[in-house]
Design a binder for this molecule. Structure first.
Ligand SMILES: C[C@H](O)[C@H](O)[C@H]1CNC2=NC(N)=NC(=O)C2=N1
Length: 101
């Protein structure tokens, strides 16, 4: 049973607790800036590990010293659900440990 779509107000309310995350169209997104390229790679690998654990995957983009996540729930027709907010919360919880700026 796919997760239920959330209203824009529900999403915006929850994003208040997710620093750096925002609603962009039909997905939530965040760009983390790291001190070095290698630190960005490390965050990317850690996020990939969490995504496989949750079986929920963002479009994950690695730049020189940035990691951008952009996500919604495919199984719900490409809208934001609890699964996306849960992934964002897990990433927020680990970001500081990677030395995001
Ligand atoms: C078959 C597999 O469980 C599904 O395709 C999972 C994988 N990762 C996913 N990631 C995202 N963002 N949305 C999904 O609906 C989703 N479904």
């Amino acid at each position: 049973m796919p997760a239920a779509p959330l209203s824009q107000k529900e999403i915006e309310d929850r994003l208040g607790d997710l620093p750096g995350w925002s609603l962009e169209g039909d997905r939530i997104t965040c760009t983390y800036r790291l001190r070095t390229h290698f630190a960005a790679v490390g965050l990317t690998v850690h996020v990939a590990q969490i995504q496989d654990e949750l079986n929920h995957h963002s479009d994950l983009t690695l730049g020189y010293n940035t990691v951008t996540l952009s996500v919604n729930t495919h199984d719900a027709g490409g809208v934001v659900t609890e699964n996306d907010l849960n992934l964002a919360a897990r990433v927020v919880a680990i970001a500081a440990g990677h030395g995001v700026r």
